[in-house]
Design a protein around this ligand. Sequence first.
Ligand code: ADP
Ligand code: MG
Length: 911
Amino acid sequence: MASGGGNNRNGTHRNSLKGTTTTSTATDKPLSVNSNPSKPAFKNKSSPLTGASSGLRKSSPGSLGGGAAKDDAGVPGRVRVAVRLRPRNAEESVADADFADCVELQPELKRLKLRKNNWDTDTYEFDEVLTEFASQKRVYEVVAKPVVEGVLDGYNGTIMAYGQTGTGKTYTLGRLGEEDTANRGIMVRAMEDILAEVSPEIDSVLVSYLQLYMESLQDLLGPTNDNISIVEEPKSGDVSLPGATLVEIRDQQSFLELLRLGEAHRHAANTKLNTESSRSHALLMVHVKRTVKGREPAHSSDNGNSTSMARSLRPPLVRKGKLVVVDLAGSERIDKSGSDGHTREEAKSINLSLSALGKCINALAENSAHVPVRDSKLTRLLRDSFGGTARTSLVITVGPSPRHRGETASTIMFGQRAMKVENMLKLKEEFDYKSLARRLDIQLDKLIMEHERKQKAFEVEIERITAEAQNRISEAERNYADAVEKERLKYQKDYMESIKKLEEKWMMNQQNQGNERKEQMVHIAEEVAEVKKLLSKETSLRKAAEEEVDNLKSQLAQLKMSEALANSEILKLRKMVEDEVCQKEKLEGEISMLQSQLLHLSFEADETRKRLDRGGPGKVPGGLDSPVSQVRSQLKGSGNGEKASVAKLFEQVGLQKILSLLEAEDADVRIHAVKVVANLAAEETNQQKIVEAGGLKSLLMLLGSSEDETIHRVAAGAIANLAMNEKNQELIMSQGGISLLSTTASHAKDPQTLRMVAGAIANLCGNDKLQTKLRGEGGIKALLEIVKCGHPDVLAQVARGIANFAKCESRASTQGSKTGRSLLIEDGALPWIVQNANSDASPIRRHTELALCHLAQHEVNAKDMISEGALWELVRISQDCPREDIRTLAHRTLASSPDFIAGLKRLRIDY
Ligand code: ADP
Ligand code: MG
């Protein structure tokens, strides 16, 4: 409420209200300030409240913003006043049943007629006339909505209800409409509109709720705060309540709760103070702060070349509208108030604010020089609402009852005066430096974070590079170390080599120095000799001492003599024992000698007996194939007695002993021994024992070492007997048997010796495994040498050997383990075979025929056989051979071999 103190603004304001000449006052002038119904000032046809609203809306934001920039004084805006009639309540319906209402409304004319008496009425015109049927919605739209919109646009606004208690002030302003939303009052609807308009992110809605009672301002949201002081800013004239609770409202529900809470606190406070709400004023203050989006501030001097930096540094433009909703205490006359129990003074105090408000409005309406704003807290609080910069809308509430006509008339007059109050609406627009600071703080925080992030990344990068460098360094160090190690090893090697060379050189030098040293040695030796001399001197001295000792010892020795004599006696006896042992051994040797002689003699006797049996010496037994069979026949021929005698001898003397006699000094003993061994070897049961005891080896040695042909003959016979066993054959071969036998043959004069040798080789020829070795060591050649002697017994053994060989070879060829020509042909045996194939001696013929048949089995031998004349022999064998199997074999061979068939053809043999 502007004071009448003559400041410029109020002056302007007052001027604008002065007289009826100015356009604005002409337009907005209250249409009726008098009670003359005949001359009502019905000039304004449009709704004063909505008209003002639309005017504000039209000018907003451009024209008002521009206006604010040009003229800080603002635009004129008269206080708008609406009258609302409460319907008759139940009590009135009964009590006033016979009376007419004291008011009559003409809403379309915006007029109210107040009945003076039965025949006279006063007519008043208001900005809006709301009948008892007006809905809460309509009341809101007409009375409050323009003010709320102004607040949203950055203007202060006041909505106030004035009237007698019970006429519907609270109904109009404060109904929550919980039971029926249609009943919602102005406060609730205003907040709905505000919340719908603001953006929660950038705008804010803060609410405080207060009660003024007996000049004490109480915080309804913080009831302990019961004496809030009013602070007026001298420069702007704005009032603020720093002690009041401010609650930020984000949704309607919390606002409703806040109102309920406030109402509850109001009720509690009134109970405590023993008063009632009709005696107190309720003030709801809503601070709406909105950030102006996308618009340069009205005060900006920016020429449009601003950079984005400049833009970001520009503080946001905010508009701060404050809506004040005032539910005034009941306006009933002071003199009536005594009835409620308060003293007159109390009543005065209670209504002080209200009467001060009336006085101020009167002063403003009358353009009085002094407006007593400071008389009460209410007028101080509402200084901006009346005569200030706010858009103010007043609703006066009246009841219909004629009983309260006086109060109704007084209310109407209050409204009429208020309509004359002219405000200067002013946009509350300013730069929001705080939020700029906040924004810059946030931006700074962001930049710091970004910087820290980059710093961190930089550090990480540095670390990475450092690590990489470290790796490279260590790798280089490793490489360096490797290279150094290699170099070191190389130098070490070189060093070792040079050391070695130096050592060699040194050795050589050493050798050279050796000679010099020898001379030195001689010198040293001389010195040593001298030293020795000294030593011997010393020694002789020592010896003298020792002699002394010896003397003493000899005495001791004499004592021991007797003991020694006894000892020598013992020694003598021992010697005698030894001599006895020697004698025994000699005797044993003689015994064995005698035994061997006995053996020989018995052998001789055997032989003599055999010769006698056979009818005389020198007769060669015919038809015997091998010495074995001969020996066997000898054994067969001899009586059991002789056989038993050899066996007995063998048992008595022992094989080992007999074999040892093979190496005896005496040649006769050797001969006797070899004969015994040969006899034993003829017996198959002894062969194994002889070989195991080394007999075979001794016999072979005997062949090589002895010159005696008898020994050769007997040993070869024994070997031939042992050669019947396959294992022994291998042993004979491995101990150079072939060469020993062939050497023996080459020196032999006795055909019996050759017969034994040939028999031994013939046995070896029958071993499949030894074929190649036997031939390699000259076995076949030896046989062909042996035939030169011409003795039929010898030739028979040779033929047996060749047949044996041919048989084994044929078997090997058939099995595929041998290829190529027969080794017999290779070694030149074929002519002899062909030559003897038709021998008169049947053993020779039989073996050679067999050999030829074996050779003929293999085509590879055919050409040689044909050229050597074997074909004739084969033809003969196939026809004349007494053995049928050989005959058939020869025949089949001739018939199947292409070479032989061709040969036969060529020789014109009809076969
Ligand atoms: P005040 O606040 O002025 O003392 P209230 O708002 O408490 O008056 O109203 C008094 C009584 O009248 C209440 O019961 C209320 O419901 C009723 N009332 C007031 N105005 C109206 C109206 N326009 N329509 C119906 N009932 C009303
Ligand atoms: Mg009330």
